[in-house]
Design a protein around this ligand. Structure first.
Ligand code: SF4
Length: 392
């Protein structure tokens, strides 16, 4: 089963903490970009093995909700023409509250989109202002209400904790207000100060009070307990869902299964090869305009600028880093063996023994297979665990 990721690199404003491949004030390029995207979809689809079935699509950004309903319709038609889909695929888009009207939501639903992930980030006006987000919480309430009226029964709300000068109480209010909206899925990520962003530069100059790691850990632990009480099951370090509402697309990543990339700056993983497309919108459009088709083999397209076949050891390392993020199901011993032909404890004997001894990993049995997963302490100290499996 394959997944497809489509990147829409447009935003009406560039937020100070963001390091995604996205550009503000380039909306004039959207029509040409959508045409280029459809050419890439057609091109890769023609070269995809005939037995490949697509079961998830994720349109991320950027702000995909800047595209019109008819542009989405064209893109989804192009996907359906180019690929074979499973009977009930998950088709998600990311949207910013405040950039999506009831009419557009109706159009998305008609086009076949069945899951929306709203970038909420906070319910607190000051925090939203500090993040330079353009919406307020009333926009969120309205967007969720409109999405429900349009027939969406699978919504994710994204929130961020560990903001500079954020109080535990404002975080608790945000989580409570999010739960009051009854989303099927919640993602809560810690703020990271990325190099090259205004937030990163201000922090380096001492102009931005760094998030306090202890307080951020308290926020995370509080959210884990609170969301469990509210019947959200944590299935990944930063993700919670109602039953059967895990994000199938992201689980594909965490299970180290294949996904094909489309659009400027999109990353893909197919047949043990990790690859990425050219970053700039203009170059992406140019590359998809005139090219010699013969030199590209699945999954390559003229947009690719980096591609690397992974060694077996790198594949194993990625597999551990991805699967350990899944807090319930972790690394399955039988899956590891069927994929790599050897046992996980044979490849990482010392790492696993030491991390179990330090109460960061635990072993258990599920469906007659041994599972290795993070402990509660390990979820807080995930990076310490992951470092042990980084190749080289
Ligand atoms: S809206 Fe999202 S993708 Fe766009 S700049 Fe802000 S954080 Fe980045």
């Amino acid at each position: 089963m394959y997944s497809l990721y489509l990147h829409i690199p447009f935003c009406s404003h560039r937020c100070a903490y963001c390091d995604f491949n996205t550009y503000a004030h380039q909306e004039d390029s959207i029509p040409a970009y959508v045409q280029a995207l459809m050419r890439e979809i057609h091109f890769v689809g023609e070269r995809t093995p005939p037995d490949a079935i697509v079961h998830t699509v994720f349109v991320g950004g950027g702000t995909p909700s800047l595209l019109s309903g008819s542009q989405f319709d064209s893109i989804l038609r192009a996907l359906r023409a180019a690929f074979k889909f499973s009977s009930a695929p998950e088709i998600s888009i990311e949207a910013n509250p405040g950039t999506i009207s009831r009419e557009k939501l109706d159009a998305l639903r008609r086009a076949g989109v069945n899951r929306i992930s709203f970038g909420v980030q906070s319910a607190n006006t000051e925090e939203l202002r500090m993040l330079e987000r353009e919406h307020d919480f009333l926009d969120v309430i309205e967007a969720v209400g409109d999405a429900r009226k349009a027939g969406f029964d699978n919504l994710n709300l994204d929130i961020i904790y560990g903001l500079p000068e954020q109080a535990l109480s404002t975080w608790q209010t945000t989580v409570g207000r999010i739960v009051d909206l009854h989303p099927e899925h919640i993602s809560a990520y810690a703020l990271t100060l990325e190099h090259g962003t205004p937030f990163g530069r201000w922090a380096n100059k001492g102009l931005l009070p760094l998030p306090n790691p202890d307080l951020a850990a308290d926020m995370y632990e509080w959210a884990c307990d609170f969301l469990a009480q509210e019947n959200y099951q944590q299935y990944e370090i930063s993700n919670w869902a109602k039953p059967e509402k895990q994000c199938r697309h992201n689980v594909q990543y965490w299970r180290s299964k294949p996904y094909i990339a489309f659009g400027a700056g999109a990353h893909g993983y197919v047949n043990g090869m990790r690859y990425s497309n050219v970053l700039r919108i203009k170059t992406y459009i140019e590359r998809l305009s005139g090219f010699s088709a013969d030199k590209y083999q699945f999954p390559r397209s003229p947009a690719i600028v980096n591609a690397r076949e992974q060694t077996m050891r790198e594949e194993m390392s990625d597999y551990m880093l991805n699967n350990l993020r899944l807090t319930e199901t972790g690394v399955s011993g039988s899956d590891f063996r069927s994929r790599f032909g050897c046992g996980v404890a044979e490849v990482y004997p010392e790492e696993i023994a030491e991390l179990i001894r330090d109460d960061l990993l635990e072993k258990m049995t599920s469906d007659n297979s041994e599972v290795i997963r993070l402990t509660k302490r390990g979820r807080l100290l995930g990076n310490q665990v992951f470092m042990r499996f980084v190749d080289g």
